[in-house]
Unconditional design. Sequence first.
Length: 208
Amino acid sequence: MSDHSSAAEVFDALAGRYEEAFGEVPARLEALDWLTARLPRGARVLDVGSGTGRPTAETLAGAGCSVTGIDVSREMVALARARVPGARFEQADVRTYTPEEDGFDAVCAFFALLMMDQPEVAGALRRMASWVAPGGYFVLATVPGDIRNLDIEWMGHRITVSSLSTEDHLAVLETAGLEVLEHHTRAFRPHGGQGDPEEHLLCLARRP
């Protein structure tokens, strides 16, 4: 058996520590400002990898959106339900999740795909894109790079991570029928020295 932790195990163990280190990521805060300026009250939003519910679900619910959050971590879901009672949360994996809704006005995925294999990252992007209703938005933040099954130490856990290059992220979304409106990268250092500096990709897209 591998001594590397699964995503559910890692985030069950980290719980609130993750929010302390990554609660104020500029790419996510920028994306939330962008999204809330475009969504009407009552808009249906799916938050993939919802974590503790802060700041994503909390911000969107506060703006009057109907928010559903999914996360693989039981502990994160419990925290989110307690901290953001205005949203709905369930334990689920984006790779197998089937939404009850016909489509969402927006789908958000902030750093939710990194502990997958590369084909699973691309597959998850296509699945999420298919859940965006016509005229709706897709917002992604991740750590880009042509990386497959890289073993690293992260916040005290040994994990295996994969990602796609910026160009491949954009290509998958465009092939899935989304129009990429804006994208850029910037450096980020987790609060309190709880992780190494990393590059973040922010991608804002829309289904015509």
